[in-house]
Design a binder for this molecule. Sequence first.
Ligand code: COA
Length: 474
Amino acid sequence: MPAIETIVAAALNIGPDRLTDELAYQSIPEWDSFAHVQLMLTLETKLGVIITNDLMLELNSLMAIKDYAASVREPMPLASVAASEPAHGPLESKTFNVHRGLTGVIFDHSTITEIDAEYGRLSYRGYDVNDLATHASFEETVALLLDGELPDAPRLERFNRELANLRALPSSIIDLLAVMKHAHPMAALRTAVSALSVQHSAKTNQLNTAGAGLRLIAQVPTLIAAHHALRSDRNPTAPDPALSHAQDFLRMLLGRDSSPELSRLIDQDLIVHADHSSNASAFAARVAIGSGADVHAAVTAGLAVFAGPLHGGAVEAVLQQIDQVGRPEHAAAFVRERLRQNQPVMGFGHRVYRGEDPRVRHFRHTAYQMSERTGNTTSFNIVEALVAAMQPCLRLGIGPNVDLYAGLVYRLMGLPDDLACAIFAAGRMPGFVAHILEQHTNNILIRPLLHYNGPSRRTLIPLQQRQTMTSVGV
Ligand code: COA
């Protein structure tokens, strides 16, 4: 194997004369964040190791990389966090791994959703998501996620009716939405979902987790649409149980009937959004139900996490980014500047996928269709120009994700950008409920550990004897 210096020089594309003891991440322009990822990938291949995110942060200088390479050649406990002086107790005497961000941690079994990150495939209960979007309805997908099997025709008919009849909201919740008319749609949705627990006594909510979950799946579109109507100074449109979930959602959002083609587009979007395994929000919902909290609390927790811009909130951030870029020919400079500032380009990258996010195919196609249909192609062309500019990052595993095209579809339908995350969340509802039910049925309290690396145990000095502090560290 070549010397480690040769590997580093080749990965950073610099001459061996520049390999000084001071060489460190970001000490030279060639060793930027992307070169760092590339260097780590090269080290993985050459040394036959897996470099975790934590380790990637530690390997930030030539010296650190040389020490690490030497330790790999003479193996020692990997990424061990050994006892520090003085010893505090039994934990510190152990060797253990810290998984920051729970990266790569498998915390339970699940029969709901399989993500094949290597081949970019996503399936619910064994069915490919793109097949479901092509051949099934959202209601069939909900039944599949909740029951574990696709429904036959009589079961689907009963299920459609049951779900459609649960859409209405109590008038007290409409009043609450009116109070929140200036709030962001995700803040209003999260608060209203929590408030909807007034429909159930604490006991029924606990006892009928599945029933409460199904009702929430039905009510969330009504909540989003009612809040949107109120902030648009019109009366909320009442749900129509004769219509499909997607058709009624779009009708209530727009305050008028829409075409069957647009309803079907929304229907397919909701299917593709329906679940994504143990992402941050589904995990939060599982943590909540695992503690014995009720369904409304668990969905509220899920929605709170979902709204973050690194997660579901990215769908709106992408739309803002499109406006910031302004024109396709500005995309390359925009990307260069973001990367120079070490800022993420929204709509790219994923904790799980290193190849293509399988959901992109559907949304790219739909966004293209919508931009052709409306003759408004600028936003789509900006996104495509961003993809072209991000091409070098693809080989580092940073590719387009679901959020890149999803929001565009809603913008092209004439919906305001700040509704994009809420529409995505309406699609994610059956996923939340399926995870809540799975956790509930075979529950264990979810309670990971933190490795304490704060001050050693110390003696408390009574206030009167403490010296005046000149500065306070937080
Ligand atoms: N643009 C530019 N660089 C990116 C990037 C992006 N969208 N996503 C990841 N990277 C870079 C990081 O800066 C990091 O480089 P560094 O080691 O030099 O710091 C490296 O790739 C690893 O990324 P990291 O953030 O550690 O990976 P992660 O798995 O924790 O992050 C996301 C996943 C989703 C948080 C991240 O890709 C991101 O912020 N994307 C933009 C937001 C987004 O679209 N979210 C929706 C996800 S569906």
